[in-house]
Write a protein that binds this ligand. Structure first.
Ligand SMILES: *[C@@H]1O[C@H](CO)[C@@H](O)[C@H](O)[C@H]1NC(C)=O
Ligand SMILES: *[C@@H]1O[C@H](CO)[C@@H](O)[C@H](O)[C@H]1NC(C)=O
Ligand SMILES: *[C@@H]1O[C@H](CO)[C@@H](O)[C@H](O)[C@H]1NC(C)=O
Ligand SMILES: *[C@@H]1O[C@H](CO)[C@@H](O)[C@H](O)[C@H]1NC(C)=O
Ligand SMILES: *[C@@H]1O[C@H](CO)[C@@H](O)[C@H](O)[C@H]1NC(C)=O
Ligand SMILES: *[C@@H]1O[C@H](CO)[C@@H](O)[C@H](O)[C@H]1NC(C)=O
Length: 803
């Protein structure tokens, strides 16, 4: 049994190349930290579906093959347990608006868990309102308003919640130049009827007695300072952090109303008075500390306000210029859960309306937050009616919201930390849901006390511990079974891993492990590398038509092992000769060639045979015509030699299709046959192959010679001669007639020309000058006669001239 295990372990290497993420994980912890993977903690497993070889102990957890027994699979599941689930309550001291209150969550790393819980805005939720007022002289009017309206404010708030407390504080500025005049007289009495200046004073801690509030506001005296910005930040900080003095209740909504008509000093302004130490965000026990520490910064205020669930409402006196409003609007954007509004000097109720409006805004808007660190990712969502990202608006008192927190552990917790606590709560409220999160990153089988843990195991050559099914080798040992000793020289080992004639260790396809090659597992499941030097594989054989060994054999170390009936280096050859015999024939390649690899190779002699069955040649028109003629003659026309004698068996192999015309068939090599039969008639037929069947087609009639008709012939000849003669005669007659007419017309024309034309001898030269002989007796007037002139002899005229 153990030798078998050993063989399993030796044959396959751990250092392999795998495809999926799971398979590359070498130990249980790494494996289960991938959310989709499961680990098999048995040494014999896992198996391939065919039971063949162990590949890796880590697989996809939804792998349905029997690769590991279910009991041995390590794949922790996320789960939740409710530890405390009290009903919603509007109890004065312990109101519960979130349900359940305590939960324990076990989370697989990377997995997203949807935690569902509820929020209900309960009636009479406790409210603390602390009013801080700028008591510089210019605010007197507003102080008087507040004193007047104090009882109305309390009443209005009581209408909302019976559980309401009110407090009052005021501020001027740091008592130092240049903020406040330090002139002794001015210090005592900065303005007529004014109190000495101070930084911040708590006049009244939170109380439900609003008459006290009214009394305190009335009694508070205004004071005076020098510069225009005031030290309000110091006051806000102190009002938030001095929890005992102000008496903020933990389980209450905290409203801090900050009322002023001036700008504020910011961190760094303290330098003007020589105060350089930054603010420490602590409650001062002594007034001198205001001169020790600078004004707090905006981010400090933001931090303490969020930390202490304080909603700040900036109630700013309306001014004709915009800059004051703008400063506070910007400030409220930078402080979480803060709001901003303007007081109108003409409307005394404006302070109540401002508080009421902002209070409604605060109560109706619910947003959940958590204090999770980067390791735990938490996102909130809700099914509320008017959601804006991450927030529910218009939440009414008594309405129950279903909240879903999607929790994902991004990292394992630091070593030694079992679990972490995360608090989920609505912004600016105290009560929430405490979640204890345990991130499942460890395998129980890794523990030395686990039953599967074997120290110095046989499987590990007694040189290591068997942990979660794999060997953890002691120092200096390695290999899958800790079979290798790193202290022994390895040059001899490596020699044993190199094949003769090669210079690569394990042919480049494996690792040398103490003198033995451990071949790589190929990236694909159907590829295998093997052999003593990993020189073999089952995927590099010849391919035919894209198929390894034509798909008709196994590839073994580069050679195709063909199935029966096939041969060739890629199993591409069929051994049977059926493909070489023409259908309806019994000779291989028509006796003009040999059958090689299932196909005819024709003899290349003087006839140059060709065709699939070597049935064609240049000098022999369609080879099988002779062979088929008698059967065709008998079957198509019921004539020929087989009419008298019984046809041989091979005639039954086909039945000629008889048709009127023998059309060509595209893509088919149709062989045409014209055969002269005994009666000097021509028989037309053709044949071709459809797969392995012979198809013969014959013309529905033979073409026989017709005897000539002598009489008709003679008559035809005579008629045609006669006709030809007549035609020629007519033609001749027409010709001669036309000719005669033309000649006559010509003669007539010439006759006309003779009569009219007065021609002149071309040699004649007309006289240039004409003189009349004066002696010539002539009629009374001298007028040369044209007729005489033209007919007179030139010689005489010339002579006359000379004279
Ligand atoms: C198994 O899980 C993987 C990764 O989550 C997924 O891609 C695959 O489709 C799952 N297969 C089955 C059969 O569920
Ligand atoms: C709690 O709310 C109920 C109605 O929801 C009310 O009747 C009861 O008086 C409230 N209790 C307190 C202590 O406010
Ligand atoms: C308180 O509520 C009652 C009834 O809703 C109303 O009549 C009264 O005016 C309210 N008081 C104040 C101060 O708003
Ligand atoms: C979150 O807040 C709770 C309660 O205040 C605290 O116990 C827990 O340690 C805090 N968690 C972190 C991660 O800061
Ligand atoms: C190669 O071997 C593997 C493992 O035995 C097998 O799954 C695969 O089908 C084989 N491939 C071929 C082409 O024979
Ligand atoms: C049938 O066999 C006879 C005798 O062997 C042969 O002469 C004839 O050509 C064959 N006919 C066919 C159609 O093969």
């Amino acid at each position: 049994m153990f030798t078998l295990i050993f063989i399993f372990f030796c044959a396959y290497s751990v250092n392999t190349v795998f495809s999926t993420g799971c398979e590359s994980k070498g130990n249980c912890e790494e494996c289960i930290q991938e959310v989709d993977c499961a680990w098999c903690m048995e040494p014999l497993y896992p198996l391939n579906p065919d039971g063949s070889k162990p590949q890796t102990h880590c697989r996809l957890k939804n792998d349905t093959t029997k690769w590991c027994r279910d009991a041995s699979k390590v794949s922790p599941k996320s789960g939740m347990r409710i530890l405390q689930d009290l009903p919603f309550s509007n109890d004065t001291d312990n109101p519960l608006q979130v349900k359940p209150q305590r939960i324990k969550l076990a989370l697989r790393k990377g997995e997203k868990y949807e935690l569902k819980f509820q929020y209900k805005s309960t009636e009479n939720y406790p409210v603390d309102l602390y009013y801080i007022m700028d008591l510089s002289h210019s605010m007197k009017e507003y102080k008087d308003d507040l004193a007047r309206l104090g009882s109305k404010l309390a009443e209005t708030m009581r209408n909302i919640t019976t559980n309401f407390k009110l407090g009052f504080g005021s501020f001027i500025d740091k008592v130092e130049l240049p903020f406040v005049s330090t002139n002794e007289k001015k210090l005592k009495n900065p303005c007529p009827g004014c109190a000495s200046p101070y930084s911040f004073k708590n006049h009244l801690s939170l109380t439900s007695n609003y008459e006290e509030f009214v009394g305190n506001v009335k009694a508070a005296k205004v004071s005076g300072n020098l510069d225009s910005p005031e030290g309000g930040f110091d006051a806000i900080m102190q009002a938030i952090v001095c929890k005992e003095t102000i008496r903020w209740r933990k389980q209450a909504r905290h409203l801090l109303v900050f009322s002023t008509d001036a700008e504020f000093h910011i961190a760094g302004d303290g330098k003007l008075a020589g105060v350089i130490e930054p603010n420490i965000a602590k409650c001062y026990t002594d007034d001198s500390e205001y001169l020790k520490y600078d004004y707090p910064s905006v981010s400090q205020l933001n931090y303490v306000a969020e930390e202490n669930n304080i909603n700040i409402i900036f109630a700013i006196v309306k001014k004709p210029y915009a800059s004051l409003k703008e400063s506070y609007a910007t400030l409220s954007k930078h402080i979480k859960n803060s709001n901003f509004g303007e007081l109108n000097s003409r409307d005394a109720n404006s302070v109540i309306n401002l508080i009421l409006d902002n209070y409604k805004k605060i109560v109706q808007s619910v947003k959940f937050t958590s204090n999770s660190t980067s390791e735990i990712d938490i996102k909130f969502s809700s099914t509320c009616k008017s959601p804006i990202p991450g927030r529910c608006n218009n939440v009414h008192i008594g309405e129950v919201l279903d909240i879903t927190a999607t929790i994902q552990a991004r990292e394992c917790l630091p070593d030694g930390q079992k679990s972490t606590f995360v608090y989920l709560k609505p912004e600016a409220l105290h009560q929430g849901l405490m979640v204890e999160i345990e991130v499942l990153c460890d395998c129980p089988c890794s523990s030395k006390t686990h039953p599967s843990y074997v120290p110095n195991a046989k499987e590990c050559s007694r040189q290591g511990d068997l942990k979660c099914g794999v060997c953890t080798c002691s120092e200096g040992r390695f290999g899958r079974n800790c079979q290798c000793d790193s202290s022994i020289s390895t040059s001899e080992d490596i020699k044993n891993c190199i094949m003769e004639g090669s210079n690569e260790i394990c042919s480049g396809f494996g690792k040398c492990q103490c003198g033995k090659c451990e071949c790589d597992s190929s990236s694909s499941r159907d590829e295998k590398i093997y052999g003593q030097y990993c020189q073999c594989n089952n995927y590099s054989c010849k391919k035919e038509n894209g198929l390894l060994c034509s798909g008709r054999g196994k590839c073994n170390c580069g050679v195709c092992e063909c199935q029966a009936g096939y041969s060739g280096d890629a199993c591409q050859c069929e051994e049977s000769t059926t493909n070489c015999i023409a259908p309806g024939s019994d000779s291989i390649c028509s006796n003009h060639g040999s059958c090689v690899c299932g196909q005819c190779e024709c003899k290349m002699d003087e006839n140059r045979y060709s065709g699939k069955y070597c049935e064609d040649c240049i000098s022999c028109p369609a080879q099988r015509c002779e062979e088929l003629r008698h059967c065709v003659e008998y079957k198509a026309y019921n004539e020929g030699v087989y009419k008298t004698e019984t046809p041989p068996n091979n005639c039954t192999n086909f039945n000629p299709e008889v048709s009127k015309k023998l059309d060509d068939i595209p893509d088919k090599d149709v062989k045409k046959c014209r055969i002269l039969d005994g009666n000097r008639c021509i028989m037309n037929f053709d044949y071709y192959y459809e797969e392995r069947t012979l198809i013969v087609r014959a013309l529905d009639h033979k073409v026989c010679p017709v005897p000539p008709n002598v009489l008709a012939w003679i008559a035809g000849v005579v008629t045609s001669i006669l006709l030809a003669g007549i035609v020629m005669l007519i033609v001749w007659k027409v010709f001669t007639t036309i000719h005669d007419r033309r000649e006559y017309a010509k003669f007539e024309n010439e006759k006309k020309a003779l009569k009219w034309h007065n021609s002149e001898n071309p040699l004649y030269r007309g006289a240039t000058t004409t003189f009349a002989n004066p002696s010539y007796n002539r009629p009374t007037s001298f007028s040369p006669d044209p007729v005489i002139s033209t007919s007179s002899e030139p010689d005489i005229h010339v002579l006359d001239e000379d004279k």
